[in-house]
Design a binder for this molecule. Structure first.
Ligand SMILES: NC(=O)c1ccc[n+]([C@@H]2O[C@H](COP(=O)([O-])OP(=O)(O)OC[C@H]3O[C@@H](n4cnc5c(N)ncnc54)[C@H](OP(=O)(O)O)[C@@H]3O)[C@@H](O)[C@H]2O)c1
Length: 165
């Protein structure tokens, strides 16, 4: 059987910035469309801040699993767990693909896992100010499986997919 990959999906500036003040540092409609299309109908693992800033996370059949120590977040259709291990156990029990949607600490802990990973990376070709970063990922033994160049909202973009065993 081919390996079941755990997906990470991220848009990242060249200096690894992914967020600023609890928001994305950019508004790039093409990347938003890509993110929504890729995660529709799938399980999305995300931190509490990402969850609070994405009110429509349950749209399009997504199954959100939120990592938080808070107990007041529960609502129908949303699983709340205390850590990444519990999130992955919950995700593994669900059908379809699981997407790690950030933020920073969740990406970092996922990259440290000894399991097959697939990274859906949108590289935003700019150095931007920010306060949240994609942890370094390039030291892992990735194989690039897809690449597409594009441009939108004044940014040059590279959409690429990487897999590691
Ligand atoms: N460019 C992109 O692709 C992308 C993707 C994702 C996020 N972002 C940006 O990044 C920022 C949000 O990310 P963030 O890293 O600041 O916050 P976050 O991960 O969304 O939320 C942080 C909170 O989630 C919980 N949490 C996160 N990781 C945990 C872990 N490993 N174990 C236990 N609990 C954990 C904690 O919640 P409690 O305090 O409730 O316990 C923590 O305070 C925003 O600016 C957002 O726009 C960008």
């Amino acid at each position: 059987m081919p390996p079941k990959f755990l997906n990470l999906i991220v848009a990242c500036a060249e200096n690894r910035v992914i967020g600023r003040g609890g928001q994305l540092p950019w508004h790039i409609p093409e990347d938003q469309r890509f993110f929504h299309a890729q995660t529709a109908g799938q399980t999305c693992v995300l931190g509490r801040i990402c969850y609070e800033t994405w009110p429509r996370v349950r749209a399009d059949g997504r199954r959100p699993i939120v990592i938080s120590r808070r107990t007041d977040l529960a609502q129908p259709g949303v699983v709340v767990v205390p850590d990444l291990a519990a999130a992955l156990a919950a995700a593994d029990a669900l059908p379809g693909e699981a997407y790690i949607c950030g933020g920073e600490r969740i990406y970092g802990e996922t990259l440290a896992l000894a399991r097959p990973l697939r990274l859906h990376l949108t590289l935003v070709h700019a150095e931007l100010p920010g306060d949240t970063f994609m942890p370094e990922w390039r030291h892992l033994p990735w194989r690039e499986t897809a690449r597409r160049e594009s441009a939108d909202a004044g940014f040059r973009l590279t959409f690429s997919t990487w897999e590691k065993p």
